[in-house]
Write a protein that binds this ligand. Structure first.
Ligand code: HEC
Ligand code: HEC
Length: 456
């Protein structure tokens, strides 16, 4: 304590007088901290408040549900099929694969002759989604809200309102699409039995949710977990919002990752970041202009921008093979190709990058921002999975329309970044990794309450 006080006052003295603390090299290091802390203050980057501790019984129910295949139409996949605790809470695929595919992570592929359809987007990670203020979900923000403002979702007027946050509200959505967890007509479950949810359509939300809830409530393995999580609530009063609150509590408990070197630096420890990471941070919050979109403690403004990501993969909806992103939600052409600014927490754990997984390497995703025109001109689609090779839309009319709504904030002030500077920027991104997120095998339950296998 005494020592650190002494060090701080010496530093303060050194800064106002310009005197060297103990040799030129060290003075330089101190100066980096002085400038960096001033920049962080200027950009209003403060320590992130962790979410409240979640009730243990609710977390335990949610943990089991997160790995539970019983809630998918064919009893063949769970949330963890795509959000793996050992793959950065995602699946390491450009675009994720639901029904009709088998295997986990990079080895998940179409299963023989089964009907299969790609999900149109790259799986989002789940880090810090329970932090207060994370009220906008999906790459295109089509779900969100707070208890005060109410919640909106693809379910429209059917959207339940009694959620504690947007993360819980989100959790009722993945069970509904046929290509994701619900299954297609005619596809039997893993026991060769009919799937009672398959006859419905994707927008029959109000009919799908009670069927999903019944799968849990009618399974004896869940009796004690439900009773502990919702004491006094009768089985017939459990609905999809209870399932969602439990999933939300588990994800908040498990995927909050706020102990990175950068968090420790924000909390006041000048030694938490390497010199290179500090130089990278000075670029991120300075000349490279990253913080104009990747703002705040989680490096996102939760707003939508077009950074001219390569249009590769299946595309989404009527615009396929293009993906109009936010524009398809607002129907305003000015929003075309805009996507929600991703948080950069634990970013090195969740390759591939961008809404369609266009870039396999983090450094290439970063370099794209620095010169999007050159990046598009040299984009190589052999880095996406084999099925998407050859889908890069590089015709002039696509490139022009992509360019028409590109963000003016993609500008580096002064000289372009040289290779050393990009290395420093990468060192800063690496300092956003919470070491406890590297091994999350402990989160996996030993067995599933339904008795279904955890293996794929
Ligand atoms: C077949 C793969 C797949 C499965 C299964 C799946 N997800 Fe996802 N998840 C995705 C994809 C892809 C996205 C991004 C979709 C988009 O933005 O259009 C996503 C997005 C999310 C998000 C939004 C994160 C954000 O930043 O907006 C949450 C939360 C989430 N999933 C939780 C779950 C839960 C809970 C389950 C189980 C009930 C689940 N997912 C099942 C693939 C999957
Ligand atoms: C104009 C706003 C904006 C600026 C400025 C910006 N970004 Fe981004 N960034 C985005 C958006 C939007 C995406 C997602 C684009 C997509 O998926 O199509 C993104 C994606 C990323 C990704 C990939 C994240 C993921 O989950 O796939 C990284 C890494 C990244 N940005 C780093 C940076 C760095 C480093 C800088 C500064 C050199 C920077 N960004 C500047 C808006 C911005």
């Amino acid at each position: 304590m005494m020592f650190s006080k002494l060090k701080k006052s010496t530093l303060f003295f050194a800064l106002i007088t310009g005197a060297s603390v103990s040799g030129a090299a060290q003075a330089n290091v101190y100066n980096v901290d002085y400038y960096l802390r001033a920049k962080l203050q200027h950009h209003q980057v403060f320590p992130v408040n962790p979410p409240a501790t979640q009730p243990a019984a609710l977390v335990e129910l949610g943990r089991n549900l997160f790995f539970e295949k019983e809630i998918s139409g064919r009893r063949n996949m769970s949330c963890s099929t795509c959000h793996s605790p050992v793959l950065g809470s995602a699946d390491a695929q450009s675009q994720s694969r639901g029904q009709g595919a088998i295997g986990l992570g990079p080895s998940r592929r179409k299963n023989g002759d089964e009907f299969f359809q790609f999900l149109p987007r790259n799986t989002l990670s789940l880090w810090n989604r329970g932090v207060a203020g994370w009220d906008t979900m999906f790459w295109d923000g089509r779900l969100g809200g707070t208890p005060a403002t109410g919640f909106f979702s693809p379910a429209g007027a059917d959207t339940p309102q009694n959620f504690s946050n947007a993360l819980a509200a989100f959790s009722i959505i993945p069970v509904t699409p046929d290509e994701e967890m619900r299954g297609f007509p005619g596809q039997l479950d893993v026991f060769g039995q009919p799937n009672e949810m398959a006859g419905l359509t994707n927008d029959d939300f109000a009919q799908i949710w009670p069927l999903v809830t019944a799968r849990v409530v009618n399974n004896d393995g869940y009796n004690d977990l439900l009773a502990a999580a919702f004491p006094g609530v009768k089985d017939e009063d459990i609905d999809i919002t209870h399932i969602a609150e439990a999933l939300g509590a588990f994800m908040t408990d498990e995927f909050t990752a706020l102990n990175s070197p950068f968090d420790r630096y924000l909390a006041g420890d000048n030694n938490a970041l390497s010199v290179n990471a500090k130089k990278g941070a000075l670029l991120f919050y300075g000349r490279a202009n990253c913080a104009s979109c990747h703002s705040g403690g989680l490096q996102t403004d939760f707003d939508f921008h077009n950074i001219a990501a390569p249009q590769v993969g299946t595309g989404r909806g009527e615009a396929a093979p293009l993906d109009l992103g936010r524009g398809a939600i607002t129907n305003n052409p000015e929003d075309n190709f805009k996507f929600r600014t991703p948080s950069l927490r634990n970013i090195e754990l969740e390759a591939p990058y961008f809404h369609n997984g266009a870039f396999a390497k983090l450094e290439d995703a970063v370099r794209h921002h620095l010169d999007p025109k050159a990046s598009l001109a040299s984009y190589d689609d052999s880095q996406v999975e084999p099925e998407h090779v050859g889908t890069f839309q590089d015709d002039l009319s696509t490139i022009f329309s992509l360019w028409s709504t590109v963000s003016p904030r993609l500008t580096v002030t002064g000289e372009p970044l040289n290779d050393d500077e990009i290395d420093n920027l990468m060192a800063f991104l690496s300092a956003l990794t919470d070491p406890s997120s590297l091994n999350m095998l402990d989160s996996v339950p030993d067995k599933l309450p339904s008795g279904l296998t955890l293996a794929d």
